[in-house]
Design a binder for this molecule. Structure first.
Ligand code: SF4
Ligand code: FES
Length: 257
C-alpha cells in the first residue's frame, strides 16, 4: 500500500504547529498503525530529519498511551480499537490520512502527537485510597457482591485512561473517564467507606483541571476503545449530588482528620 500522511508537527508546547505531508510507501496491510509510523520514522532518521513523536507503550490496547486523532476520529475508524490495535488493512491503497494529537485545553501538546495527560493522574490521585485493609486474597464467597455490581465494576475498570473521550467531546469533557474511575470502586463493598469523599474530590479536581461539562453528545461513548457507556456519568452525577447533600468532613462531625 502507498499512503499520503498529513501529520501534526509541533516542536514544543510554546511553538506553533503545522500539518506536514509524508509519503508512506510499501506499507504492509498487516502492519499496525504504530508500526507504519515506525517505518516512516526510520526513513526520517536515515535522512537526518526529526522523527515524529508519538506516545506508546504496551502496543496491545492496555496502557492507554497511544491515542491520536486519525482522519478526525479518536483512535481511527474501527470501533472498540486503540491506535496500536488498528491495522493498515483498515485503509485503502492511496488513502490520505490526517494524524493529529488529542486536542483539549487540559491536554497541552508536549511535542507532535504527544500530549500531557497528567491531569488524568491528578483526578485519580484526588480520589485517594480505600481504607479497608484487604490483606490476603479472601475466599470468593467471604464478601458477597451482587453479580450485576461485580459486572458493572469490571466494565468500569476496563477504562485505560487513554483520553479519547475528552478528545472526541465538543466540550472537552472528562466525565466518561472520571465516572468510570469513580464507579469501579463505588460499586464494590471495599469502596464504600470513602464513597462520598471520593466522588466530591474527583469531580472537583476534574473541574479544576479545565475539562468541560457533559451535554450528552455521546461522542465519548462512540470513541471509547473499551466501550465505557455514559450510564456511568449518570451514576457519577447521582453520587455527587447525594454526597454534596450528606457528606461532612471528619473535622466538622467531631472526628480527627
Ligand atoms: S473512558 Fe474510554 S475513552 Fe475515556 S479514557 Fe477511559 S478508555 Fe479512554
Ligand atoms: S500502546 Fe498501550 S494501549 Fe496502545
Amino acid at each position: 500500500m502507498n499512503l499520503v500522511l498529513y501529520v501534526w508537527r509541533q516542536k514544543n508546547a510554546q511553538s506553533a504547529g503545522q500539518m506536514v505531508r509524508y509519503d508512506a510507501k510499501n506499507v504492509s496491510p498487516d502492519m499496525s498503525f504504530l508500526e507504519m509510523l515506525d517505518v516512516v520514522n526510520e526513513e526520517l532518521i536515515a535522512k537526518g530529519e526529526d522523527p515524529i513523536a508519538f506516545d506508546h507503550d504496551c502496543r496491545e490496547g492496555i496502557c492507554g498511551s497511544c491515542g491520536v486523532m486519525i482522519n478526525g476520529q479518536a483512535h481511527g475508524p474501527k470501533k472498540a480499537t486503540t491506535t496500536c490495535q488498528l491495522h493498515m488493512r483498515s485503509f485503502s491503497d492511496g488513502a490520505e490520512i490526517y494524524i493529529e494529537p488529542w486536542r483539549a485545553k487540559a491536554f497541552p501538546v508536549i511535542k507532535d502527537l504527544v500530549v500531557d495527560r497528567s491531569s488524568f493522574d491528578r483526578i485519580i490521585q484526588s480520589g485517594g485510597y480505600i481504607s479497608v485493609s484487604t490483606g490476603n486474597a479472601a475466599d470468593a464467597n467471604a464478601l458477597p457482591v451482587p453479580k450485576s455490581n461485580a459486572d458493572r465494576a469490571m466494565d468500569a475498570a476496563a477504562c485505560i485512561g487513554c483520553g479519547a473521550c475528552v478528545a472526541s467531546c465538543p466540550n472537552g469533557s472528562a466525565m466518561l473517564f472520571t465516572s468510570a474511575k469513580i464507579a469501579h470502586l463505588n460499586l464494590l463493598p471495599q469502596g464504600q467507606p470513602e464513597r462520598k469523599e471520593r466522588v466530591l474530590n474527583m469531580v472537583d479536581t476534574m473541574d479544576a483541571e479545565g475539562f468541560g461539562s457533559c451535554t450528552n453528545h455521546r461522542e465519548c461513548e462512540a470513541a471509547c476503545p473499551k466501550e465505557i457507556d455514559i450510564d456511568f456519568i449518570a451514576r457519577m452525577n447521582r453520587d455527587y449530588f447525594w454526597a454534596s447533600l450528606t457528606y461532612q468532613k471528619p473535622s466538622a462531625r467531631g472526628g480527627g482528620e
